[in-house]
Design a binder for this molecule. Structure first.
Ligand code: ZN
Length: 491
């Protein structure tokens, strides 16, 4: 396979690098999963599809991938208004639910949406609340290394001290002096030595529901520490790929690098990969903007901004029409045109089966295949790979029209190329042909019943009974009425 040439853009080094895993033939990949604070929305779809594609491609080119995608289910303080109570705890209190019931509802909703988008499940899906012991151990380790301090029952990462000995801000391209002047983090300001410091363990106020005992008192882990702790538990102190949305670069991933470096003496991650963000009609998405559309509302068309429903495969295909590091603007127009393109692609997969075969090919399938893999190896350039596949579509249609010809061997190679890219890698589902097949199916049953009537008319009872018995055996309910024969397929 062409895995020797896979290049991935590393956010940390800001260039494409040839991907070479730490261990021969095996890849460790950690992706920041959803924060299950609400229903799965459009913003969840892009990282899920992007890293699903990478997981599928790495597996396809022969790696055994250990794919970890976490669930952030401890609510985290986001601003002063939330001081003392996290989002899950608040909903649990208001609706008189156990916090884990809230978490489970949203987790189920996320899984359901991912299933519809044909996003494969990760190999391990650890929950932050299920790894409190590991997070406490990681906090202790950072304290022991001297890069954190305890203050009023909370533990803070000492960014100033860390920055004296290590580069801080490399991933996001921020500089510590700019951060000092521009950071106005009021959360825990009286307890922190510097506004840049972040909590790795937070003391819980008495009304806080989700809290755990720790060496520093009752509390809950800071958000950034969960990924360092769970990544280390399942993938080791060094692993190949860490992915997530670009919005996580700062502070989340920057903090992860600092935590790992403080605890292990080096960053845990070799390749940092980030997908760009989604906009909606040119606008950033957000709950406050009223355009963070839930995925099931997208699938059902239940939103003022949507002209009609968009099936999960349309969303998935649309995401793949852009390179994962480019922004992607969702609009009715763009989605509808993507859908047309996808139908053309899927129709060609069916046309492939009906192509006339020839002694000689006038098309170059091997060259097309090489170009498709070249595009994928170039930092998963799906729009370019798609443009080559559409070249294949033109090839297929031209053969069907008799303007080009193809041998059986080339047709098989073309079929394999299309099935690999369209279904295995891009994860699209074949066109649903059941509706289209219904008239043919009905016609065939009517034909058999017609033959039975003819046999009866000719007093060929053996044939007539044979047809009826066989149809009944296949699950058809056949009734002779005074108007003729009625039939239905028993459920
Ligand atoms: Zn994370």
């Amino acid at each position: 396979m062409d895995n020797m040439h896979l290049q991935l853009y590393n956010t940390l080094t800001r260039r494409k690098e040839v991907f070479t895993p730490l261990h021969d033939g095996r890849v460790g990949m950690y992706v920041c999963g959803p924060t299950v604070y609400g229903k799965a929305h459009l913003g969840h779809a892009r990282p899920a599809v992007t890293f699903d594609l990478l997981f599928r491609y790495l597996t396809h080119i022969g790696y055994k991938v250990r794919y970890v995608r976490n669930i952030t289910d401890v609510g985290h303080l986001v601003n002063d208004a939330d001081e003392g109570e996290d989002k899950i705890a608040r909903k649990a209190r208001l609706e008189q639910l156990e916090p884990m019931e809230v978490v489970q509802q949203y987790t189920n909703d996320y899984h359901d949406a991912m299933h519809q988008l044909n996003v494969l499940s990760p190999g391990i899906e650890p929950r932050a609340t299920g790894h409190i012991i590991e997070q406490i151990a990681m906090v202790s380790r950072i304290l022991d290394a001297g890069y954190a301090y305890v203050s009023n029952g909370s533990v803070y990462f000492d960014v100033e001290k860390y920055a004296k000995n290590h580069p801080y801000g490399q991933l996001s391209g921020r500089n510590i002096d700019d951060l000092r002047t521009n950071t106005r983090d009021l959360d825990g300001q009286h307890e922190k030595r510097s506004p840049l410091d972040f909590a790795i363990w937070k003391r819980a106020s008495p009304e806080h529901i989700m809290k755990w005992p720790s060496p520093w008192g009752e509390g809950f882990p800071g958000w950034h520490i969960e990924c360092t702790a769970m990544g280390c538990k399942y993938l080791g102190e060094q692993f190949d790929i860490h992915g997530g949305g670009m919005d996580l670069v700062f502070p989340h991933h920057e903090a992860e690098i600092a935590q790992a470096t403080a605890a292990f003496g080096h960053d845990a991650v070799r390749y940092w990969l980030h997908n760009n963000m989604i906009t909606l009609n040119g606008q950033k998405m957000g709950k406050s903007l009223g355009n963070a559309i839930a995925l099931d509302d997208f699938f059902a068309g239940n939103h003022l901004l949507l002209e009609r429903p968009y099936p999960p495969m349309t969303i998935r295909f649309f995401i793949l029409t852009a390179h994962y590091r480019s922004t992607l603007d969702f609009s009715n127009e763009a989605l509808q045109s993507a859908e047309k393109g996808m139908e053309r692609l899927l129709t060609a997969v069916n046309t492939l089966e009906t192509l006339p075969l020839a002694e000689q090919s006038t098309v170059d399938v091997a060259a097309l295949r090489d170009r498709c893999y070249e595009a994928m190896n170039d930092d998963m350039n799906t729009p370019v790979a798609l443009s080559h596949l559409f070249e294949g579509v033109r090839m297929i249609n031209s053969i069907a029209d008799g303007k080009d010809s193809i041998t059986a061997a080339d047709r098989d190679a073309l079929r394999q190329l299309f099935h690999t890219f369209v279904f295995d890698l891009f994860g699209l589902l074949p066109l649903d042909r059941s509706d289209r097949n219904l008239p043919a199916f009905q016609g065939a049953v009517e034909l058999l019943l017609d033959l039975r009537q003819k046999a009866k008319a000719a007093k060929d009872w053996t044939s007539a009974d044979h047809i009826r018995n066989e149809l009944q055996r296949l699950g058809f309910d056949i009734k002779d009425t005074k108007d003729g024969v009625s039939w239905e397929l028993k459920p």
